[in-house]
Ligand binder design. Structure first.
Ligand code: MGD
Ligand code: MGD
Ligand code: MO
Length: 784
């Protein structure tokens, strides 16, 4: 095997590059890669400092590997996934083997037995984007694959928003702009807050981190914020704010009580409601308790939310007569009944007549991520064309375990009764289900059902460790690409800064080799090298610049300059502003053409877990004697999801090598837990260790443990092994938001916590597996 560092390029000078967490440059100084943020960035994301140490870390995958049991027994269900040793293989041999297995599954079962959803963020770059690559490959080489729809980010809102307002992207990303919030907004009611750790990330790339400055600008003008969240840190300290510590999962009760108070006070905008919405009367019947005998007033909401009735009434009375913006973080809808807070906040904005006004109304996900509230580029940017998927079957993305555990089983989704496909082979490139999915022990049993799991990875994630065939890929620093997002004006030439680690290859080269073996090489590559694809993709933007009369550098100039600044269009309120200005002529794309406070379509689905108007539906997970604390499993500050968890910045933010949980002194004292202790979090589904920070920044009754620590089972042969590193998805529940959207509900669950007093098990998540001998003779055919 070649040594990882044997061939290293050491280009001179600063090279431009981009990531989901910022544009930056890299330079080799005394054999060290030094990363610096882009000079135009006012508030760079420290996550860029994960790169230098990650580049040559032992957790990187150096050589193709195949699970020994899969070689020995052939493809088929196996609970040895994640437990077996791996056999090293040369590239030619492993590609022959995999091409043969893809052909076997396709010939026997068709492409509808291949799951290629491959959800995940992979890395920035328009061409080497792993999902685009794997989807294109499966379309050209196999004729298609079973796909997944929607995201872990916005699973519920992607389905509910089109039913009540209109196109998801139009109603969220193209609706409220930061520029107008800074200029016009008096009061932002931020459900789930606007944590700058989150808005320092944007899918595709980001050159200026401006949210922090924008919030301060609102404050300086006299604008105010109300933070509704279990964590004080969900808004920057420097902004004018009141922190309302509402119980996790109780937001809809609070929103209903605000609506109830507006009606009682007569401060809701009846004329606007009549002009711009349908169904207020049905909703009001419920709100006032005429249908169920329970008015949804402040006294009713107080014990549910943990806020006093007085606090709720005061907030309701701050709302009328101001420019008010309701923001709802993605997190609120990543929970059981996640459709409701999204719907109810749109109803509140409607009741106050704020929809469509500059800097006011409904601001879904503003501040949760930097793709929202930003100007759009005025010229197009191209992605890799996908080809045609010949398979119609799909699942809502977070139903992966359900699908693998229930082939042909029924499920509800968005008004339809559907059946799960029968999957034999799963192909993953650019995502980490052992990071993103809930109830990891259940996920492991789901992956035990299939014949073959193929994973392309740059590091030994738990997903790679559970695969049958592991193919090592380059990280973005080891290849050339174009970094660009529609919501950022800087297009970045992502220069190559290092040779590939070990024998790692680009996803594109792996798929080209496989397509070739399956007789589809020319179709997949269209005869282009990676560099030629970059030139081809760039041409779309170049042509757009020329057509718009803008300065248009050719590819070579762009590449040499390292970047090009694209023209942008301001956000002007879009469809919603046009609608409120003239509802008759600018109808919304809903059945009524208006905001649907009551949706007869949704009511017609007869879902007990998603009725025809927003409603308070008690959560599944409520604190009990066994599990008395709410767990908030939110996004990590020190990295993007699980990416480069072994990098320098992520590692430095851990304590004693463990992920850090935060809890209130009251809950810590009751358990004799002190700041810096190692604790164990557990419930009926699993258990993990974490280190603990004791702080009043977390409300009492809540413990927070971010996602993204690599899953690190103490003894993988246990059915429910202890994760010694702090991955909260061993604790979360694998259930959909509702029959409507079936979105991810990973944000919240309930747990018990105790001080861990045993011998502290070592962290092994970043140790590569030691290769084992290959079985003789290998058997490659599955028994069926
Ligand atoms: N409990 C709980 N769970 C959650 C959430 C939560 O709030 N709570 N949040 C959810 C959300 S919003 C999301 S978006 C998901 C995120 O889930 P994912 O997007 O799956 O998480 P990442 O860690 O970004 O996974 C990307 C993987 O791609 C790999 N990779 C990077 N570049 C390349 C490449 O070029 N090629 C290949 N082949 N691989 C590459 C990285 O090493 C990494 O393992 O997690 C979800 N999970
Ligand atoms: N640094 C960093 N930034 C990221 C990411 C990352 O992994 N790392 N991931 C990116 C991605 S893919 C996405 S989708 C976005 C995610 O955006 P979000 O899903 O909004 O982010 P989270 O941090 O999970 O949650 C935000 C806050 O919501 C609060 N919260 C949780 N439950 C409740 C509740 O029931 N009610 C109320 N009122 N508040 C609640 C928590 O205190 C939490 O800190 O972030 C993006 N930004
Ligand atoms: Mo996300």
């Amino acid at each position: 095997m070649k040594q990882a560092n044997e061939r290293t390029i050491r280009p001179q000078g600063k090279m431009t590059h981009s990531s989901h967490w910022g544009a930056f440059s890299g330079e080799w100084v005394n054999d060290q890669l030094v990363i610096s943020p882009h000079p135009i960035d006012p508030d760079p994301n420290p996550i860029i400092q994960n790169f230098p140490e990650a580049l040559r870390h032992k957790a990187r995958i150096a050589k193709p590997m195949v699970r020994r049991g899969w070689l020995e027994h052939g493809p088929g269900p196996s609970d040895r996934r994640g437990r077996d040793g791996f056999v090293e293989m040369e590239w030619d041999e492993v590609l022959d083997l995999l091409a043969g297995e893809l052909k076997r599954v396709k010939d026997r079962r068709g492409p509808q037995a291949v799951f290629g959803g491959s959800y995940g963020w992979s890395s920035a770059g328009r061409f080497h984007h792993a999902q685009s690559q794997v989807h294109r490959f499966l379309n050209f080489a196999l004729g298609g694959y079973v796909r997944s729809v929607n995201s872990y980010s916005a699973g519920a809102s992607t389905v509910i928003i089109p039913r009540i307002l209109g196109d998801y992207e139009d109603m969220t990303r193209r609706n409220i702009g930061w520029d107008e919030v800074v200029e016009h907004c008096d009061l932002v009611v931020a459900f789930g807050g606007m944590n700058t750790k989150n808005s320092r990330v944007a899918g595709g790339g980001i050159s200026k981190h401006t949210e922090h400055g924008d919030m301060i600008a609102v404050s300086k003008r006299g604008g105010e914020f109300v933070l509704v969240s279990p964590l004080k840190t969900d808004l920057p300290d420097e902004v004018n704010q009141d922190w309302l510590q509402a119980m996790p999962g109780s937001d809809v009760a609070l929103m209903l009580a605000l609506a109830h108070t507006l009606v009682m006070d007569g401060t809701h905008d009846r004329a606007f409601i009549d002009r711009c919405s349908v169904g207020f009367d049905e909703f009001e019947t419920y709100l006032m308790g005429r249908s169920d005998g329970q008015p949804k007033d402040a006294a009713w909401a107080a014990p549910i939310t943990g806020l006093s009735a007085d606090v709720i009434l005061k907030l309701a009375r701050r709302l009328p007569g101001k420019r008010v913006l309701f923001t709802v973080a993605h997190s609120l809808q990543r929970a059981r009944h996640g459709e409701q807070p999204v719907w109810m906040s749109a109803v509140l904005a409607t009741m106050l007549g704020q929809i469509g006004l500059p800097g006011g109304g409904f601001g879904y996900a503003l501040g949760a991520i930097a793709n929202y509230g930003r100007r759009y580029n005025a010229v197009p940017i191209a992605g890799l064309p996908q080809g045609k998927n010949g398979v119609a079957d799909f699942i809502p993305v977070a139903r992966i375990s359900d699908m693998l555990l229930n082939p042909n089983g029924p499920f509800d989704y968005n008004g339809k009764r559907m059946a799960y496909p029968d999957i034999k082979l799963v192909y993953w490139a650019g995502g980490n289900p052992f990071h993103h999915h809930q109830d990891i022990n259940r996920l492991r049993s789901a992956f035990a059902q299939i014949d073959t799991l193929v994973v392309h990875e740059l590091a030994w994630t738990a997903t790679a460790r559970h695969a049958d065939i592991v193919l090592p890929v380059t990280m973005s620093l080891e290849r050339e690409d174009i970094g660009s997002a529609q919501t950022d004006p800087l297009m970045v030439a992502m220069h190559q800064m290092a040779e590939p680690f070990g024998e790692a290859r680009n996803d594109y080269d792996i798929f080209s080799g496989l397509a070739e073996r399956l007789g589809k090489g020319a179709e997949f590559t269209e005869g282009r090298t990676a560099r030629e694809w970059l030139q081809y993709l760039y041409k779309t933007t170049y042509d757009g610049l020329v057509a718009g009369g803008h300065e248009a550098p050719d590819f070579e100039t762009f590449w040499a300059n390292g970047e090009v600044l694209l023209p942008q269009k301001p956000l002007d309120g879009g469809t919603l502003r046009a609608f409120v200005n003239d509802p008759e002529n600018n109808r919304l794309p809903t059945p009524s053409g208006k905001v649907e406070i009551f949706s007869s379509t949704i009511a017609g689905f007869n879902y007990a877990d998603c009725p025809g108007h927003p409603a308070w539906l008690p959560p599944l997970d409520v604190p009990t004697a066994e599990t008395p604390l709410h767990l908030v499993a939110n996004q990590p500050a020190s990295r993007l999801h699980s990416q480069l968890d072994f990098g320098g910045h992520s590692a430095a933010e851990k304590r004693r090598g463990r992920e850090v949980a935060r809890m209130h002194p009251k809950d810590a004292d009751a358990r004799e837990i002190k700041d810096g202790d190692i604790i164990k979090l557990f419930n009926e589904r699993g258990a993990c260790l974490a280190s603990v920070v004791v702080t009043e920044d977390v409300m009492a009754g809540v413990i927070q443990l971010p996602t993204g620590a690599y899953y690190d089972p103490e003894d993988i042969n246990d059915d429910k092994p202890l994760c010694v590193h702090g991955n909260p998805n061993v604790l979360t529940r694998d259930v959909g938001t509702s029959s409507l959207a079936q979105g991810c509900t990973g944000q919240l669950t309930v747990v018990q916590v105790e001080k861990f007093t045993g011998n502290l098990p070592p962290i092994q998540a970043f140790d590569p597996p030691v290769p084992v001998e290959r079985p003789q003779p290998p058997r490659l055919e599955a028994a069926e």
